[in-house]
Design a protein around this ligand. Structure first.
Ligand SMILES: [Zn+2]
Length: 249
C-alpha cells in the first residue's frame, strides 16, 4: 500500500460525511491520511449546544474535528482559518497557495475534494474548495507558481490522481437533488460504517444533521470520480490506488 492521501474540504464534518469510511479503511491498511480544513465552521448552528460567540464555536468545532478525524485515522488536521460561508470571496491565489503549500509538504499520491457541484447541498464553500483544490492539484507541480514556498525549502510535487466525491443519481424526490459527476471508484466501507458513525458523533454541534448523515453517509460504499491524473485501468475501480505504478503490497 502506498500513499499518502490528502483530503481538502471546507468545514469540519465534510470529511466524515463524504469519505469517512474510505479513510478508516486506508488508514487501517497503513496509508498516511492527511486533512486540510479551510474554515473552522464557525458560521454554522450548534444543534442546541450553548455557544456564545463565533470564536467559541470555532474552538468547539476544531476540537470536534480533531477527535473525529483521529478516529478515522487522519493525522491531526491542518486548518486554513478562512471565513466560514465566505470561501468564495477569499482571494483565490491565497486559498490555492495555502493548499499548494500543504500538498508540497504532504506529497500525497491522491488528493480528494468535493466535485464542482459542491456536494449534495451545493454549498458555496464546497464549490469554492473544489475549485481551489483542483487548481492546487496542478499548481503544486509548477516550480514558478508560489515560488516563495520553494525558497523556503519545499519542492514542487505532482500528485498522481485527483478524485472528487461522487454518488449515484439521487431519486427525483430526494431532499437534496444535486447530482455529482459519475462514480468511477466505489470503495466498500461496510466494515467501517460503525467507525464512521462514531466519528460523526464527535461532531456534537452537528447532531441536528444526524438524519442527513444516516441517509447520505451511512452507505455500504463511498463513491469517487477520477477528475485528473493517472487513468484508471477499468471504468469502475474499487481501490483508489488501482493501477498506480508506485503501488506496492
Ligand atoms: Zn460543509
Amino acid at each position: 500500500m502506498t500513499g499518502p492521501i490528502a483530503a481538502v474540504f471546507a468545514h469540519p464534518d465534510d470529511e466524515v460525511f463524504s469519505i469517512g469510511g474510505a479513510i478508516a479503511r486506508y488508514s487501517g491498511a497503513g496509508v498516511r491520511c492527511t486533512l486540510f480544513c479551510a474554515t473552522d465552521g464557525d458560521a454554522g448552528r450548534a444543534s442546541g449546544v450553548a455557544v456564545h460567540s463565533r470564536e467559541e464555536l470555532a474552538r468547539l468545532r476544531r476540537a470536534e474535528l480533531d477527535r473525529g478525524a483521529a478516529m478515522l485515522g487522519f493525522e491531526p488536521p491542518v486548518y486554513g482559518g478562512f471565513p466560514d460561508g465566505g470561501l468564495a470571496a477569499v482571494d483565490p491565489d491565497l486559498l490555492i497557495g495555502t493548499i499548494v503549500e500543504q500538498l508540497r509538504r504532504w506529497r500525497p499520491s491522491i488528493v480528494i475534494t468535493f466535485g464542482p457541484e459542491g456536494a449534495p447541498n451545493a454549498h458555496r464553500d464546497h464549490r469554492a474548495i473544489s475549485r481551489a483544490a483542483t487548481a492546487a492539484f496542478f499548481a503544486a507541480r509548477i516550480a514558478t507558481l508560489f515560488p516563495d514556498q520553494i525558497g523556503r525549502g519545499l519542492d514542487p510535487h505532482a500528485p498522481s490522481r485527483l478524485f472528487y466525491v461522487a454518488w449515484p443519481d439521487p431519486p427525483a424526490d430526494a431532499e437534496l437533488p444535486a447530482r455529482s459527476l459519475p462514480v468511477t471508484a466505489s470503495i466498500d466501507i461496510a466494515a467501517f460504517r460503525e467507525t464512521k458513525r462514531r466519528s460523526f458523533f464527535e461532531h456534537v454541534t452537528q447532531r441536528d444533521h444526524l438524519q442527513r448523515f444516516e441517509t447520505l453517509g451511512l452507505t455500504s460504499h463511498e463513491g469517487f470520480h477520477l477528475a485528473a491524473g493517472a487513468p484508471q485501468p477499468r471504468p469502475l475501480i474499487d481501490d483508489l490506488f488501482e493501477g498506480l505504478e508506485s503501488r506496492r503490497g
